[in-house]
Design a protein around this ligand. Sequence first.
Ligand SMILES: Nc1nc2c(c(=O)[nH]1)N[C@H]1C(S)=C(S)[C@@H](COP(=O)(O)O)O[C@H]1N2
Ligand SMILES: [Mo]
Length: 425
Amino acid sequence: MGRERDALRPVAGNGLLHRRALLTRGLVLASAGAAATAPAAEPAVPGDPAPPWMRTPGKPFSIYGQPSKHEEQVIRRISGNRLLPGNGVSLTPLEDLEGFITPTGLHFERHHNGVPDIDPALHRLLIHGRVKRPLSFGVEDLLRYPLRSHLIFLECGGNSNAGWHPEPIQRPPGSFHGLVSCSEWTGVPLSLLLDEAGVDRQAGWCIAEGADAFAMNVSLPVAKLMDDAIVALFQNGERLRPEHGYPLRLIVPGWEGVLNVKWLRRLQLAEQPAMARNETAKYTELLPDGKARQFTFVMEAKSLITSPSHGQRLRGPGYYEIRGLAWSGRGRVRKVEVSADGGRSWAAAALQEPVLAKCMTRFRAAWQWDGRPVVLQSRAIDETGYVQPARAALVAQRGINGYFHYNAIVSWAIDEEGAVTHVYA
Ligand SMILES: Nc1nc2c(c(=O)[nH]1)N[C@H]1C(S)=C(S)[C@@H](COP(=O)(O)O)O[C@H]1N2
Ligand SMILES: [Mo]
């Protein structure tokens, strides 16, 4: 009981409790008692009459499952281009999801010229350029190689770029941080295929090209491809969906989304990068000194509170579980800290297992809200010791002409009414 009472003592400003509190039974009642608020559950009704759906047989089986009709509002939000309908994004509604896997139907999408309709029997993957033996693989050929799975996040380098706006954008977090999702990707380790082709020693780069009408291409260092890249054929257990690269795509764990070429058709080994559009005009960042950062492959550590967040309303003072996601392209998330006083004091959040490298990690923190205005924040620290920066620090370092790779701490202000707004704290 001593430990339990300890767990209910705040460890940081404005009511953040020790993460042990999440394991303490009776926490809700105990803390609700302390704050004199009603518990969330209603007392049981005597009699417990059978609801209507218990009085007739249910529907028969279905051949492919769909979410409940009561969850129709949980959708990807599309931000397209009226003049070029195939160029745009759809975003994952992060605030509506739990755990760390993104359902495939809600995984964000980014296409430059639409989703090609590819016949898997005709699709080929060519490995050529500076290799001893150029090779061409069909899907059936690739399925005979040993497979490997990566549970990883995929994030567009342009995710969260509204953070560079001078005023905080007032939208639910998925609407401006939702170009990140997390899946299990399964495919052939690229090192196997490159070894078979025999990469020339001078070939440090590999130019990957997709079979879409944009023929998107990017340049990647061969060392990374040999390390942990895969040619993915499956996502979350089933064959890739057309919008995510059917029948095969490149997966480059922890590196920015654009490098994960969908509908992959060509890997050309070369001594130099291609200097393609998406590594010169785009996905580069103009720095305050007028120079541009290029080939910023890794997605740095980031975290985000998904609940409470913009668009939600707290129903009065009392106990809340603060919930969010954290990830780092450099490896595991070592720690997530949560603040309820705009960053003056921090409490360690509980990290839900499994905590995997280059994967999303779900974090939770116990919080007793006293009903006064607060600013909630989270910051991720990864296994390299990298600490997610405050917005002011990121802006000081990178200026405001960057557009890509925004990973600053996100702040949610909660007012006396329980309304949540986005602020720069
Ligand atoms: N061939 C091809 N590959 C592509 C793209 C594309 O337009 N064409 N978009 C890239 C970008 S910018 C991102 S962020 C990711 C998005 O992958 P997803 O749509 O599966 O989420 O795919 C990348 N691979
Ligand atoms: Mo992207």
